[in-house]
Design a protein around this ligand. Structure first.
Ligand SMILES: NC(=O)C1=CN([C@@H]2O[C@H](COP(=O)(O)OP(=O)(O)OC[C@H]3O[C@@H](n4cnc5c(N)ncnc54)[C@H](OP(=O)(O)O)[C@@H]3O)[C@@H](O)[C@H]2O)[C@@H](O)CC1
Ligand SMILES: Nc1ncnc2c1ncn2[C@@H]1O[C@H](COP(=O)(O)OP(=O)(O)O)[C@@H](O)[C@H]1O
Ligand SMILES: [K+]
Length: 515
């Protein structure tokens, strides 16, 4: 599914109206009615006080439509116009009149003295600012957002929490409404996945308002939300006559004294995802550990307690390098020599990223489409300190383009960056916040490339499956007891799940609407 930016959404709105013979007011009526139905199916007429705060643009228009339906269904609702400007859109005015026609006059709020009392047990519908936000809220609209936030009331945001831009940073979180749930139109917004918005975005789901898909294709959107529908077609079925040689040879380079576990986990993961052969290349101190821990793997050794020579004999299909490797001087020198001579596809993680960051010229030697898998701290070493999360993405895109590499920005929402393209992962949860889970990801991606998955696909697919293990396992064992080894245990379930029930609407809510 595409992630459209605010300009693309506005264009798609216009194109749908122009070519599909639907008026803008009808598009709004459909969109907002779906939002009303979402709430109605949950409340079933309960007399909870509902406050609908409407701006003066089309987001406000949505709020007015919802207020009308809520009144007509007998809810206890108060509707307010947040009068931050004299401009009103036609669709707003049409729905303002429709509300008046049923005898309901919205209250106009033009000053902070006019804020209604909002109680914790009420419900707020946030239709103040939507996709047309052009600057951060100020004055009494900012105060209103802060007031609503201070009540901790449940807030249903329409399209996007007010004060949040869909595709760029508003780093002043005090000007963003904290939504309990967001009903977003047509597609998820990039802002939902940025750590800086973690207070404002909680659960969300997409409301399909039927924008013209053919037109959206012509926009060639560069950002994608990766769910099961996107992943399933990537799966490569195995031929009956295939043999271990068909599925490539992964070489995992890493480990140092006290950190052989990292290379062990990555090697196991490469095997478990289906690499035909796996060799671990590690310091001598790792030999017995690896041979005992993984009977399926071969082991080659380097110097005593840390890597130095990087002179393995294996001829691998792909190399995963970095887990547990350390950054000692001898390892650094050996690594630099290795990178400047190596031509084999690479997955670069952990200390290999740290060493790359220490010597930026090395990146020019990386084979095209090498994959880097930094966690936030490693990313900062690589691309420098960012001002905000959109700056972070821009810097990663620049690094990716300059060096022809793919960057996997690991986080609660992992984003795969390939030049301008972004692939936002939909799976994973806080169970993965455990030592070694990144090492396992390195092994998974390496093992996928060994089997013939293209590098970009291996990164997207690997990140999805890695997260999926946590989604499945946490239903059965919770978060705490999940360890990096649990990822390996649940990889079979994650793969088989691709062929189970069809994907539902992308959403981050646990319940389905009742009919
Ligand atoms: N048919 C359709 O198109 C459909 C659209 N839909 C709905 O429309 C929404 C987009 O509507 P929209 O474009 O009218 O923008 P919206 O966010 O309501 O307000 C813009 C107004 O706010 C103003 N403004 C901005 N920032 C400000 C600030 N900080 N402080 C003060 N003022 C500020 C801005 O002023 P300006 O920037 O021009 O100075 C302008 O007057 C979209 O999110 C969805 O909910 C759905 O119904 C589906 C069908
Ligand atoms: N809260 C979270 N939600 C989802 N995924 C997470 C969360 N915390 C961590 N992860 C995932 O776990 C992995 C952690 O990687 P990393 O920090 O490199 O671990 P390690 O160095 O211990 O191997 C990444 O894939 C990251 O996306
Ligand atoms: K809103």
């Amino acid at each position: 599914m595409y992630i459209l930016n605010s300009k693309q959404i506005a264009k798609a709105d216009k194109a749908t109206i122009n070519t599909n013979g639907i008026s803008s007011v009808d598009l709004m009526e459909n969109a907002a009615t779906l939002c009303f139905q979402w709430l109605h199916s949950r409340l079933q007429g309960q007399q909870i006080k509902i406050h609908v705060f409407c701006g003066i643009g089309n987001n406000g228009g949505d709020g007015l439509v919802m207020a009308r339906h809520l009144h007509q269904h007998g809810y206890n609702v108060s509707c307010y116009v947040v009068n931050f400007s004299d401009k009103r859109t036609n669709e707003f005015l049409t729905n303002y009149n429709r509300l008046k026609e049923i005898g309901e006059w919205p209250e106009v709020i033009s000053h902070e003295n006019e804020f209604p009392e909002v109680k914790f047990e009420d419900i707020v519908i946030d239709a103040i600012f939507g996709n047309g936000l052009s600057r951060k809220p100020a004055g009494f609209s900012k105060k209103l957002i802060q007031y609503i936030n201070s009540t901790k009331v449940f807030t249903l945001a329409i399209d996007i929490p007010s004060g949040m831009y869909s595709d760029k940073s508003n780093t002043d979180s005090s000007t963003i409404l904290n939504a309990g749930h967001t009903l977003t139109f047509q597609c998820p917004k990039l802002a939902f996945f940025l750590p800086e918005n973690k207070e404002a975005i909680n659960t969300w789901e997409v409301i399909d308002i039927g924008l013209d898909q053919n037109f959206i294709e012509t926009l060639k959107p560069a950002s994608h939300f990766i769910g099961k529908n996107e992943i399933k077609p990537l799966y490569k079925p195995r031929d009956k006559w295939s043999h271990k040689g068909t599925f490539g040879h992964s070489l995992i380079i890493g480990g140092s004294f006290g950190k052989i576990g990292a290379v062990t986990l990555a090697s196991k993961a490469a095997l478990k995802i289906g690499s035909g052969l796996v060799t671990a290349y590690t310091p001598k101190c790792g030999y017995n550990i690896l041979q005992i821990a993984i009977p399926e793997a071969m082991v080659e050794v380097d110097d005593d307690n840390a890597l130095k020579y990087f002179n393995f004999k294996t001829k691998p299909t792909v190399i995963g390098i970095g887990p547990g490797m350390g950054t000692s001087e001898k390892t650094k020198l050996g690594f630099e020599k290795f990178i400047s001579e190596n031509k084999t596809p690479l997955v670069i993680d952990a200390d290999a990223i740290n060493l790359l960051a220490l010597n930026p010229n090395l990146a020019t030697h990386l084979p095209k489409n090498s994959i880097l898998t930094p966690h936030p701290k490693e990313l900062e070493r690589l691309i420098g300190t960012w001002k905000n999360d959109t700056d972070k993405i821009k810097r990663a895109q620049k690094y990716s383009k300059e060096n022809n590499v793919i960057i996997v920005i690991k986080d609660a929402h992992t984003i795969v960056v390939n030049g301008n393209e972004l692939f936002v992962n939909s799976t994973g949860n806080q169970a993965l916040a455990t030592a070694g889970s990144g090492d396992v990801l390195t092994g998974i991606i390496t093992g996928l490339i060994a089997q013939g998955y293209e590098n970009l696909i291996a990164a997207i697919y690997g990140v999805y499956l890695h997260g999926k293990t946590a989604d499945i396992a946490s239903q059965e064992i919770g978060f705490e007891a999940f360890t990096a080894s649990t990822i390996l245990d649940y990889l079979p379930d994650a793969i088989l799940d691709l062929f189970k029930q069809e994907q539902q609407q992308p959403q981050q809510t646990e319940e389905e609407p009742e009919n």
